[in-house]
Design a protein around this ligand. Structure first.
Ligand code: NDP
Length: 317
């Protein structure tokens, strides 16, 4: 049996699927993973991680024989893919199986912002409804111009899921797509034309702070910003300032710059909805992701093939 170095949490189903093929060594069972790897890392060819934990250089240094890193999640900005390609290490992720769920999360945040959902729940639960009556009217999510930054797998799923709300969809990405939606290569111009902007790009240097103060000002005092991509895509300091100044109307955020820490200022604003990076966090979708992450490992073990490599490692296939 081969050894598998595991950083990401494993479900019982994943453990059972891996058990016949791998000796699983989980960092959680190690007092000092770096010291453990120094003793046992040579010879280990397989690692399992996720988009949150990635694979840190301290671990990598003592995994000289690594062949495949399977990441349980679609975003892999926590893994240095250039270093992997240099070392000839394959990286796989779990695209597509989570598209619908993350799209639901984006819509949930969008609707929550427009309909003032968190405050309405408090109003009913706290007795304030009986004592003070209704809150001011919310705004409708119907018939809006909705900008999507990142019209990839999940971005398209968001566009499809929005359809019953009769949106005018506009978008920006690195490249123009074969779709009927209007394309913008200028993010500020897109924000100016949009009622709401949904960010669903990967993280990393290329997208760092793409949504800055200027873009937020262009969205405007009635504008709604939703981020389900990565925290690093939005300049969080500028976001807090824009919300405090009334330059931006509302924000729905599933991802943050310094997770799992959510700035207090954001938690305390009534026009901000925050969730703890739960884009794909349902039993059904996490099961599908876990299965794909495991199947990539089992396939490679069987015949050297992988199901869902990240684009950066194509040259190694
Ligand atoms: P895709 O690769 O299918 O799509 C990414 C999109 O982002 C593409 O349209 C791409 O443009 C665009 N993009 C990439 N870089 C830039 C850039 N510099 N400027 C403008 N647009 C850019 O990925 P997925 O849709 O599968 O996933 C997107 C991201 O969503 C993940 O990487 C992850 O970070 C995040 N995510 C968050 C989750 C959560 O729990 N909140 C759950 C799952 C994913 P082009 O098409 O032109 O290449």
């Amino acid at each position: 049996m081969k050894d598998l170095f595991t950083i990401a949490p494993l479900t019982d189903v994943m453990r059972a699927a891996l058990a016949p093929a791998f000796n699983v060594h989980h960092v959680r069972d190690m007092d000092d993973p770096v010291a453990w790897l120094a003793r046992h890392g040579a010879g280990i060819e397989y690692a399992l991680t996720d988009g949150h934990y990635g694979l840190c250089p301290e671990y990598l240094a003592d995994l000289p024989d690594l062949k495949l890193v399977s990441s349980n999640g679609v975003g892999y900005d926590a893994i240095d893919t250039s270093a992997m390609v240099e070392r000839g290490v394959l990286v796989t992720h779990t695209p597509n199986v989570l598209n619908a769920e993350v799209a639901t999360t984006a819509l949930m945040l969008l609707i929550a912002c427009y309909r003032n959902f968190p405050a309405e729940v408090v109003q009913a639960r706290s007795g304030a409804w009986a004592a003070q009556g209704n809150l001011p009217l919310a705004r409708s999510v119907d018939d809006r111009t909705i900008a999507i930054l990142g019209l990839g797998r999940i971005g398209m799923a968001i566009a499809e899921k929005l359809a019953p709300f009769n949106p005018n969809i506009i978008y920006s990405a690195r490249s123009k797509k074969d779709v009927s939606f209007k394309y913008y290569d200028d993010l500020t111009a897109m924000a100016r034309d949009a009622d709401a902007l949904i960010a669903i790009t990967p993280g990393g240097a290329e997208t760092h702070h793409l949504i800055n103060a200027e873009v937020m000002r262009a969205l405007g005092p009635e504008g709604v910003l939703i981020n389900v991509g990565r925290g690093s895509v939005v300049d969080e300091t500028a976001l807090i300032a824009a919300l405090e100044a009334g330059d931006l109307g509302a924000a729905g955020l599933d991802v943050f710059e310094n997770e799992p820490h959510v700035p207090r200022a954001l938690c305390e604003m009534p026009n901000v909805v925050v969730t703890p990076h739960i884009g794909s966090a349902t039993v059904e979708t996490r099961a599908a992701m876990g299965k794909l992450a495991v199947d990539n490992l089992l396939n490679h073990l069987k015949d050297g093939s992988v199901i869902s490599p990240v684009p950066e490692v194509e040259s190694l296939l």
